[in-house]
Design a protein around this ligand. Structure first.
Ligand code: GLC
Length: 536
């Protein structure tokens, strides 16, 4: 297995919140560069950086005005070149975010498109006439407020489509000029040494060509996300999305060793189709968000491993994600006590893991007071728990002012959180029992034990509160077991025959030295996870 992205541990950086070198309270590229030593120390292989392109920041960078430049807030193209070179010197690959579904409404393309009905770029976006009664062309809803996804443009007398904010008009990828212009952006960055792209909401890019209404969602109830009043049948994962996937992949394949990661929130069988086939390869890694959207319970996690192992096509490679910049942090969803188990799972299950910055410390979502709210989603749909600020708070580097994220006297764009003095990278580094020490140790074990990367992965049991899975083949010297206790009580678990009387603990999530093993069973402390191997 030679592909680097199969062996890699990806580390997701939300650039506004990682490290502020310029002193304006917002993270930047030079800040990331300053912290490469930490990332190398941790042992990760690649960073994925959320968008840093010029943007009015209506959606904090996911509204792009120029895909081939860097917003001055984050630095310059020269800073990016420098970051790529330095990261490579630290043996760290660089993955950028590609935002194909929409641009900013201030992008020169959209300004042209909007200027008149016969502008050559009119068709670069989706413009439609109103219905005879003046209402929007169909019932599609915007993700961020659940109101119509169509915005009326008075001056040209048509509506344009926006899946997200009205400041984020959707691009029409069925227009060959759009397709070429967008794919050229990938080429632009690949030539500068970027190692891959995470493709934003890739599964939404192709919509129903006939613009048919979405069926009403019979399960929707007040208090739920208002955009789910209709299903998304005609606005996501449509049949011809595989064409789009292929365009992305073909472009990456013009270069050597590049990775493409698609952002999609789909069931595992649906997601598996985004790998394409050996003759029609699509994404290397279609993001697997199942653990973000389902319960952290032994039975459920076991079922997901088994299902994913059965659905990933032979030419494909699994991947797992626990947290990202859009959803509550894992340690908050699953509970602080289970945070370590989550990361033991992520770093020992088969597939490429993506670590969200700060999760390695055990960071929780940080409450953000109403008067400090920044996220447009929270501002447009308040009180539904959809706001993303709490998961985007600054990385904690040390116990100093602003947790070392920005200089004293500068207000960070989001609060660092009250517990930053006690929970930060510097303190965690010095504590051999910290979650950071555990994550670092697991990364090292993954690097030194090939079975954790390429060995098979089989669930042995997931009844009650204990999940037990095996890496590698039974009776082989290299085989390992992972046991996770999902409960706050002590639990005992039987070991498989080849481990009975010959099991040795490689790591406990408690990070506290040797721990008694009985002959045929093992006792897990409350919320404890164990990595076992056979005694040599
Ligand atoms: C993706 C991004 C999210 C963004 C949205 C619109 O879901 O992860 O942060 O708001 O796309 O671009």
């Amino acid at each position: 297995m030679t592909e680097w992205w199969k062996r890699a541990i990806i580390y997701h950086i939300y650039p506004r919140s990682f490290m502020d070198a310029s002193g304006d309270g917002i993270g930047d590229l030079q800040g990331i560069r300053q912290r490469l030593d930490y990332l190398q120390w941790l042992g990760i292989d690649a960073i994925w950086i959320s968008p840093v392109y010029p943007s009015p920041m209506a959606d904090f960078g996911y509204d792009v005005t120029d895909h081939c430049d860097i917003d001055p807030m984050f630095g310059s193209v020269a800073d990016m070149d420098d970051l790529i070179a330095e990261a490579h010197r630290h043996s760290i690959k660089v993955i950028l975010d590609f935002v194909p579904n929409h641009t900013s409404n201030e992008h020169p393309w959209f300004l042209e498109s909007k200027s008149s009905r016969d502008n050559p770029k009119r068709d670069w976006y989706y413009w439609k006439d109103p219905k005879p009664d003046g209402s929007p062309p169909n019932n599609w809803l915007s993700r961020f407020d659940g109101k119509s996804a169509w915005k009326w443009d008075e001056s040209t007398g048509q509506y344009y489509l926006h899946t997200f904010l009205e400041e984020q008009p959707d691009l029409n990828w069925r227009n060959p000029e759009v397709k070429e212009a967008m794919l050229d952006i990938l080429r632009f960055w690949f030539r500068r040494g970027v190692d891959g792209f995470r493709v934003d909401v890739s599964y939404r890019v192709m919509k129903d060509a006939g613009f048919a209404d979405n069926p009403i969602n019979p399960d929707w109830k007040p208090g739920m996300d208002p955009s789910f009043r209709v299903t998304e049948q005609n606005t996501k994962n449509t049949a011809d999305i595989h064409l789009f996937n292929r365009w992305i992949r073909e472009t990456a394949d013009e270069f050597e060793d590049k990775v493409t990661i698609g952002e999609m929130n789909l069931s595992l069988p649906q997601l598996a189709r985004h790998y394409g086939s050996p003759n029609w390869p699509e994404f290397h890694l279609p993001f697997n968000f199942r653990l973000i959207f389902s319960a952290w319970e032994a039975r459920n996690v076991g079922a997901l491993i088994t299902e994913f192992e059965a659905t990933v096509p032979e030419h494909g490679w699994p991947n797992w994600v626990l947290s990202n910049h859009d959803q509550p942090r894992f340690g908050t969803r699953a509970g602080r006590e289970q945070a370590r188990n989550g990361y033991l799972f992520l770093l020992t299950v088969r597939g490429t893991p993506t670590i969200y910055y700060g999760d390695e410390l055990g960071m929780q979502s940080v409450p953000v007071p109403q008067d400090k709210v920044q996220d447009p989603w929270e501002l447009l749909s308040p009180g539904l728990g959809l706001g993303r600020d709490p998961v985007r708070t600054p990385m904690r580097w040390d116990a100093g002012p602003n947790a070392g994220f920005c200089p004293a006297g500068t207000e960070p764009w989001l609060p660092v959180g009250d517990d930053a003095v006690a929970l930060n990278a510097e303190i965690s580094k010095q504590d051999p029992a910290s979650m950071l020490s555990m994550v670092k140790t697991l990364i090292r074990l993954r690097r030194t034990h090939e079975v954790l990367v390429s060995g098979s992965c089989t669930v042995l049991s997931s009844t009650g509160d204990v999940l037990q899975y095996r890496r590698g083949e039974p009776d082989s010297d290299s085989t390992m077991l992972v046991l996770l206790n999902f409960s706050p009580e002590e639990k005992s678990a039987d070991l498989p025959a080849d481990f009975q009387g010959s099991a040795e603990i490689l790591l406990s999530t408690e990070m506290d030295g040797p721990h008694a093993l009985r002959n045929s069973s093992v006792v897990l402390r409350p919320n404890e996870g164990l990595l076992l191997r056979r005694k040599r």
